[in-house]
Design a binder for this molecule. Structure first.
Ligand code: RI2
Length: 298
C-alpha cells in the first residue's frame, strides 16, 4: 500500500486501533525500502504517516524505530545494506504482531471463572485477552460500552460474541451504574499512549470508567504493548489529544460540537498494566521505558 493511501486510511479510521496503525505504517515503510527509497524519502514518508493520527504513540514509535534502523544500516547503500535493513524491519513487524500473544496469556491469567468485566472501545489487545481466557474454559460476562461517537464497542461486542463470550452492550453513561448493579469486578481497557509517569491516553470516556471503577472498588486494568510507551514524556511533555469532526457526534444547524477522541487516565486510577514484558504497576513504566527505548533515548 502506498504511504499516502495508508495515511488516509489511518486518518479516516479505516485502519484503527493503536497496534494496527503502527503495523500498517511499518509495512508502508517496509514497502518503500523494497522499492528503493533513500533515507530522505523514508523521513518524508514517516512525517506523512506520523501526522495521520496524533494521539497514539505506537505510530511515531514504530516509524522512528524503522528510521533508526535505516540510519544504522545506511539505506542509501542499497547493495550491502538494504537486505540487512529489510531483515530487521521484517523482524520488527513480526515481533510487534507477536506481543499481543504474550499479553493475552498474561491478561487471561487475571480473569477468573465467573468474573464480570467491563470494557470500552475496541482494543484488539483487550479482545485477545478475553478470547484467550474464554479458550481456557473460563466463563465470564463482559459489559461493552458502545463508545460514542463511532461505536467501536459494537465491534468489540461482535468479536466477543463470535468467540462465544457472553457480552452485553451498554451506553457509555451506564458504566458506573452497571459496575454497581451487575457485579462488575474488573475493567479492562487498551491504550494509545502511556506516559512515563504511568498516565494513559485511551479512547474518550476511559477516564470516566477509571474514576467510576475506583469509586465502585473494582480493578482497572490497562492492556498495552510497550510500543505505546512515550519515551520522551519527561522532556517533551504532552501528546496532542485528537479532536475529530463534530459531525461524528451531531449535525444540527447552529449547534457547535466538541469531539475529543481520547482522554488521559491518571496513574493513580490504574490497578495494573499488562504488557508483553509482564504485569506491572503504573509506577514501573519509567523503568521499562529505560529498558525498551535505549535506542531512542541516546
Ligand atoms: P489496540 C483505539 O483507538 C482505542 O482507544 C483502543 O483502546 C486503542 O486504540 C488501542 O487499541 P481508536 O483507533 O492497539 O479506535 O489495543 O481511536 O487495538
Amino acid at each position: 500500500m502506498q504511504v499516502e493511501e495508508t495515511a488516509a486510511k489511518i486518518s479516516s479510521m479505516q485502519i484503527r486501533g493503536a497496534l494496527h496503525i503502527a503495523v500498517a505504517a511499518a509495512k508502508a515503510l517496509e514497502q518503500l525500502i523494497v522499492d528503493g527509497a533513500t533515507y530522505e524519502e523514508l523521513v518524508e514518508a514517516g512525517d506523512i504517516l506520523r501526522d495521520a493520527r496524533p494521539s497514539a504513540m505506537s505510530l511515531p514509535n514504530a516509524i522512528n524505530y524503522i528510521l533508526h534502523l535505516a540510519q544504522m544500516h545506511s539505506v542509501d547503500d542499497p547493495i550491502v545494506a538494504r537486505p540487512l535493513l529489510l531483515g530487521d524491519v521484517a523482524n520488527f513487524i513480526i515481533q510487534l504482531e507477536s506481543t499481543i500473544g504474550r499479553i493475552s496469556e498474561l491478561g487471561a491469567s487475571l480473569i477468573e471463572d465467573g468474573d464480570v468485566l467491563l470494557t470500552i472501545c475496541n482494543s484488539t489487545t483487550v479482545v485477545e485477552v478475553m478470547k484467550k481466557a474464554n479458550s481456557q474454559g473460563k466463563r465470564f460476562k463482559v459489559y461493552a460500552c458502545e463508545t460514542r461517537p463511532r461505536f467501536q464497542g459494537h465491534i468489540t461486542a461482535k468479536e466477543l460474541v463470535d468467540a462465544g463470550v457472553d457480552v452485553a452492550l451498554i451506553v457509555d453513561s451506564a458504566a458506573y451504574h452497571t459496575m454497581l448493579h451487575k457485579g462488575v469486578r474488573k475493567a479492562f481497557v487498551g491504550a494509545d499512549t502511556v506516559y512515563s509517569n504511568g498516565d494513559v491516553i485511551n479512547k474518550i470516556g476511559t477516564s470516566q470508567v477509571a474514576v467510576s471503577a475506583k469509586h465502585a472498588g473494582i480493578e482497572f486494568i490497562v492492556c498495552t504493548e510497550t510500543l505505546k510507551f512515550f519515551p520522551h514524556s519527561m522532556e517533551s511533555g504532552e501528546v496532542v489529544i485528537e479532536e475529530r469532526d463534530g459531525k461524528e457526534v451531531a449535525d444540527i444547524p447552529r449547534v457547535g460540537v466538541f469531539n475529543p477522541a481520547f482522554d488521559v487516565t491518571k496513574a493513580e486510577y490504574i490497578s495494573r498494566m499488562v504488557t508483553e514484558e509482564g504485569i506491572i504497576s503504573a509506577q514501573e513504566v519509567n523503568a521499562l521505558i529505560q529498558k525498551k527505548f535505549a535506542w531512542a533515548l541516546k
